[in-house]
Design a protein around this ligand. Structure first.
Ligand SMILES: [Zn+2]
Length: 186
């Protein structure tokens, strides 16, 4: 049986020639890249950002990745998916990502769903659902509307791990806020 070669963290140095996933099933490949997106999400959490990570692949190779940086970037547009799509367009030298797959740990918001449509990404794989802003089925399914592009969507890949990371982050945040409130004022 082929073991999925998990890496211990997201590697920006994955040598493409060594990354032969051709023996993977579709499910194994999806899990592999989602795990990479999770590593990126962990990096976001370390920065104090809501942990969301995204990877764009092109014919099985990573061509862009990103993390949520709204706080550190002080910018509402700094979502992981936008960063990853931006990087992929730069690397590939074009805006039509017609052979790409976008992996993201959290269901995309309306902005990122729009970016996926605009970039003509044919396949989206996401982990956790987002009942507050998710626009691929939770709040609304923008892909069901008659836009000129409709990607294939694969939800719920490593859903527990993706949701668990967010849960842990928000629990720690609430705890910190509680402690700050109870600290004696000087
Ligand atoms: Zn977004």
């Amino acid at each position: 049986m082929n073991e999925t070669p998990w890496l211990s963290g997201f590697s920006r140095e994955i040598p493409p020639e060594l990354l032969d996933l051709s023996f993977f099933s579709r499910e194994q490949e999806d899990a592999f890249w989602m795990k990479q997106a999770l590593h990126l999400a962990e990096e976001a959490a370390v920065l104090g950002e809501v942990p969301v990570g995204a990877v764009v692949t092109w014919e099985g190779k990573p061509v862009g990745w990103g993390i949520n940086r709204r706080e550190t970037g002080k910018n509402a547009l700094c979502h992981g998916e936008v960063e990853a799509i931006d990087a992929a367009c730069r690397r590939l030298g074009g805006w039509r990502l017609w052979k790409a797959v976008l992996y993201v740990t959290l269901e995309p918001c309306p902005m990122c769903t729009g970016a996926i449509i605009n970039a003509r990404i044919p396949r989206l794989v996401f982990g956790a659902k987002d009942p507050k802003a998710g626009s691929c089925g939770s709040v609304i399914d923008l892909f069901a509307l008659p836009y000129n592009h409709r990607p294939q969507v694969c939800p719920g890949v490593m859903e527990e791990e993706c949701a668990g990371l967010l849960r842990t982050f928000f629990q720690a945040l609430r705890q910190r806020r509680k402690e700050e409130k109870t600290e004696p004022q000087r």
